[in-house]
Structure formats: C-alpha cells, structure tokens
Ligand binder design. Structure first.
Ligand SMILES: *Cc1c(COP(=O)(O)O)cnc(C)c1O
Length: 481
C-alpha cells in the first residue's frame, strides 16, 4: 500500500485518507508517495482501451490503498460522468464527445489540445476538484466528522471548489472574493449557487486582503479547531493524483501504440498541473518532454533556464490577461525539487529555509543541475502580445477558439515541437471566462455553452463584508450552528 512522507523528512507512514483533509505536513513540507507506483507494459496495453472513469480507477488505486475498491469505484464513477463534463467542443460531425471527459482536439498532425475545461466551471481545476468533493464526503461520513472549508479566490479555484462541494454532507464552504474585482461571468458562476452549504463572502478589498484574512483565521488554532476549518488548496496531494489520470488519457488519445512518446505543454502557475505530468512520467508513461509555459510572471521559466529559483514578492507580480498564472511563488515546486535533489529532505529544508525567509536559491555548480536534463523539462514564456497572436492564429488557421492560458501553452509548445513526436497542449480554460481579451484578439465575443446563456441575470446570494477578521469569524460562527 502506498504510504506518504513529507518533502522535509516527516515520515509517519500515513495513508491516503490520513493526508486527504490536511494541508502541509507537520514539518511544513508537502506530502509525496514514499515511492512512485510503476506501470507495466501490460497495464499500459490494457489501459489504452479503458473509458475515463475506469482508467481513473486504475491510476488512483495505485495511490489510494485505504479505501475499499468498490467504494473507490463508486466515488470515481460519480465524479467523472458525461453530465459533469458536458461543456465540450462538438466533434467533427457535430457529435458530443462528453463521454470522453477529456477529448483531444487535433489542430494539425501531431499538434493537439487536450480539453480539460469541460467541467462545471469551465477550467481544469474541476478535473481534480470534482473527485475531491466526493472523496471528502466519503471520508467525513465514515469518520462522522465535519469540515468547514475556508478559502480566498480571485476566480477559478473558488468556483471549482464550490461546484465540487455543493450539497455534500459534512462540508460547508466559506469563500472570500474581492468585491467587484472578478468578471461578471465569474461572479455569476459563484454567487448564483443557492446550495445551503455554500457561503460566498465578497470582501470590499483586494484579493491579497482576502488571502490575509484566511491566513489569519487559519493561524488562530483555537478558532480553527472549534470550527473545524480546512482548505482545498493546490498543494493537496489528492488533487495532484487526480490530475495524473489525464496525462495517461492524453497519451493514449495522441498515439497509436505504446512504443511512441508524447510531449505535453502545460500553462503553469503553481506547478500543480505539470507536477502531475512529472508524476506520470516517473510512473513510466512514455513522455518525451514536459514543456512548461509561463506568462510574464516567469519565475518557473527562469528556473528551468538558469537553475535559479527566485520567487518574487506579491508586489512584483504582474496582472496579466492569463490571470490564473499570475503567481510569484509556485506552491507545488518543492515536490519536483525533492525528486531533483535525490529525495534528500535535508537539502530541501536548506533550500526552503532560504525561500521561506523571502530569498532564492541557485543550483548552478551543484550536481543537481547536472541531473536536471534527466527529468525532461523544457520551458518558455509568453507575453500579452504573444497571447493575442496565438488566439488569432489558432482561430484563423483551424477555426478553433482558445482561452488566454491555453494560448500561452500554444505559443511555447511551438518552440519545442519535434518531428514524429505528438505535442499535446493542455487546454486549461474556456474562452468565455476571459471575454475581454478574446474581443481584443478577435473582435468578437467568445463562444459560450448554450446552457450558460444569461447566467449573469440569475439571482445572486453573497454577503458583502469589510476586510475585517472579526466580522468573517462571526459570520462563520453564526452559520455553523
Ligand atoms: C490554475 C490554472 C492554471 C495554472 O495551473 P497550476 O497547477 O497552478 O500550474 C493555468 N490555467 C488556468 C486556466 C488555471 O485555472
């Protein structure tokens, strides 16, 4: 059975369910499997034929040893339904491809998009969050426990969490968002939810202020324990495990045989999505290159080019037209560095002592930088102008509309195509979420799934509040009775 340890050395032989509801390990590190489960050639052959939910069960079984197989099957089947992921592009003959969950859209020979944004909130966060909602409900029911998820969002993560947790027993969600700062579409997506366990709080301040309130409350040990405060942030291992599945699915869709290799290009922010690709490769999936794409916030591109990891302060973070990648510190990156330094927690602790103190680290001249090529990463960055050009080009050449994040991926992917190796760009959101930039690029409104027409006019339920920790605490206390 797979057990988990921390990147900083804590090792208590935890099982999957033990780390599911927690965040960081007690030593401040991130959880990782003690060893990567391996996929055999026979398994790859058999998995090629499987529908998404069955493939997901096979992959997840390798990471989850403490949920009985038939229960896990139920959880996975409920998460990856055609209905949940129905917002997909029609196929060439106008047919729905929703049953594939993550259909592949071919732009030209050996150049594809893997559609990961067909879930309820039209961004790839749904791929993992839908599973997480059902896993949380199952584990909480079994333990007769409850959790109150507290978070701050500037868009994608908060709405994905709310759609995943709506109506789930034992779970309430309190989500802070900056009042008046999200797009009308994003506001409508979140605030029109009427489920009794979902609480939207619009704070009359900026996103950073929302996040500070969440941190302050999470640091109040007494309040945290009394109200069973939890989180669903991007360092959650279960989210990563769920994301491993679609690398397999994408590989099978882009190849005819298991002798081939595939490259993936991943629009990246917190290094969560591409970290799942790294895990898939370590399990034995034949991946040629993992191409990391950033926008103007290029901390990660800088690392892969120079060996220097220099997180920026939030004041240095630029606001861009691919906002879900506007990060200055990549919260999952420690997982990759753990593998890069030969899984030595002493070195990880040294490096992150520098990072946590607001500094940076430089691997030049160390044996670790020499090992970097073994991990098959490449990287590149994109600018607003590149993004507009990629959106226009894909529209004109192939008649396909892509969002701004996927555009960053397409731009960088083109720099790393190799003859005979399919390149799969992960499509992380739908254009309707970023309508202003689509209009700027194409002079027309983005396409929108017909069922979402007019969601801006639905009644909204949201509590508006000043940036006041006490007020937010009082609101949580009031609604937890
Ligand atoms: C979250 C997000 C990303 C970045 O993913 P990471 O896992 O943080 O690297 C990219 N695109 C979209 C649309 C997102 O919502």
């Amino acid at each position: 059975m797979t057990r988990y340890l921390s990147t900083r050395g804590y090792r208590a032989g935890q099982r999957f369910s033990d780390i599911l509801l927690g965040g960081l390990a007690p030593d401040g590190g991130l959880y990782m499997p003690e060893e990567y489960p391996q996929v055999t050639a026979d398994e790859l052959t058999e998995w090629r034929q499987l529908p998404y939910h069955a493939l997901a069960l096979r992959v997840l079984e390798k990471f989850i040893g403490d949920i009985p197989a038939c229960d896990l099957k139920g959880i996975v089947d409920r998460s990856y339904t055609e209905r949940n992921f129905r917002w997909c592009r029609p196929g060439p003959d106008g047919e729905s491809r929703a049953a594939e969950i993550t259909p592949l859209t071919t732009l030209e020979t050996d150049f594809h998009l893997l559609e990961l944004s067909n879930g309820p909130t039209l961004a790839f966060k749904d791929m993992a969050m839908q599973l997480l909602g059902n896993l949380f409900e199952y584990v909480l029911d079994r333990r007769r426990e409850e959790i109150n998820i507290l978070g701050a969002t500037s868009g994608d993560t908060g709405s994905a969490a709310e759609y995943a947790m709506r109506g789930k027993h034992g779970v309430r969600v309190f989500m802070l968002s900056p009042h008046g700062k999200m797009s009308a579409f994003q506001r409508a997506q979140m605030y029109s939810l009427t489920d009794a366990n979902i609480y939207n709080i619009a704070v009359t301040a900026m996103f950073d202020d929302c996040q500070d309130i969440v941190k302050a409350i999470a640091n109040d040990a007494e309040f945290k324990q009394r109200y069973k405060i939890g989180a669903v942030n991007s360092i959650n291992w279960a989210r990563l495990a769920a994301q491993v599945v679609y690398y397999f699915k994408g590989y099978f869709a882009a190849t005819a045989s298991n002798d081939q290799e595939v490259s993936f290009c991943v629009p990246s922010g917190n290094f969560g999505n591409i970290c799942a690709g790294h895990v898939a490769r370590m399990m034995g999936l034949p991946i040629a290159r993992l191409v990391l794409a950033t926008n103007e916030n290029d901390v990660l591109d800088e690392f892969f080019r120079t060996g220097v990891y220099r997180p920026r302060g939030s004041a240095e973070t630029q606001v861009t037209s691919s906002p879900s990648m506007d990060i200055s510190k990549a919260s999952n990156f420690e997982r990759f560095v753990f593998d890069l330094v030969g899984r030595d927690p002493v070195i990880v602790r040294q490096l992150w002592a520098q990072v946590d103190a607001g500094g940076s680290f430089d691997l030049t001249g160390t044996p670790f930088l020499e090992r970097l090529p073994e991990f098959c990463f490449s990287s590149g960055r994109s600018s607003h102008a590149d993004r507009l050009a990629a959106i226009r080009d894909v529209w004109q050449r192939y008649g396909i509309m892509i969002d701004t994040h996927t555009a960053d991926g397409v731009k960088v992917a083109r720099e790393y195509r190799q003859p005979g190796v399919p390149m799969v760009v992960l499509e992380t959101a739908q254009p309707v979420k970023f309508a202003d930039t689509i209009r700027e690029a194409l002079g027309r409104d983005p396409e929108r799934p017909p069922e979402l027409a007019g969601i801006e006019n639905l009644p909204q339920r949201v509590a508006v509040m000043p940036p006041d920790i006490a007020a937010v605490k009082a609101f949580i206390a009031e609604n937890c009775r």
